[in-house]
Design a protein. Sequence first.
Length: 286
Amino acid sequence: MVAAEPLRETPGLDLAEDGIAPPAGQPDTRSMSVKEIRDLLKCLAEPDVDLFCRLTRDPRSTVRDLGYSNLGRKRNFAANEDLFREGGVRMIAGADEAGRGSLAGPLVAAAVMFEPGVRIKGVNDSKVLLPERREELYSEIIRRAVSISVVSLDAGLIDRWGLQLVNKKALADALTGIRPTCDAAICDHFQLAGLGFPTFGIPHADAIFHSVAAASIIAKVERDRVMRGISCRFPGYGFMNNKGYATEEHMAALVELGPCEIHRLSFASVSPDAVEVQLWDAEDEP
């Protein structure tokens, strides 16, 4: 059985923020036609980053493409971040996570901040890089970043709180660990609010922005190292190779051995009969 307990929130973090609803006084593009959105973009006197970010979350692929083309029009990961440097914003951090879809092990989030203009050749979404190249870039990122923050939340917390809340909290904790504090942050996918600095959640941001791509590399390398270490404790599951993901080898081991203590028991692929049990009533929350 999987125990459930209330989430201990990062101070100020707004977990209800979705990044889709517009600020007060701004047009709601969800109710606009594609032509109306194109016309709106043509009439902009200067880039509207909030608008571009909202467009990337639209259910219509054509509208999402409009958002991405405006955010990544320079086609240079580091230069794309300059769009966010307005109104006194200089230092931008990027945040991403690794292990979201894994059946076992922790979710690891990283935040990375560079000086403006710093560009490491080859930095890209960690998923498109070979492991050896990730390791090389990891070392270069460590050397050249102003600040790096890494947070790891284990399978037990995912089972208690749910993956979405854990994902948001991990990203928020990684960003609040950046020193000196950033002026703004870009997160892969998740929109966060209440952290004391503006945060922009953009799907696939790790394929557009240098600091987010760097964060994806740091998170992936750190998590892979954890899973290689864990494989020594639980050798039967092939964690050295599959890193906890649902490979044929891993699924066969689950059938033969059952889940171990680092498996996410709230995932149906791991424990189809798992039942949530409240540890206390809401009014008794400590």
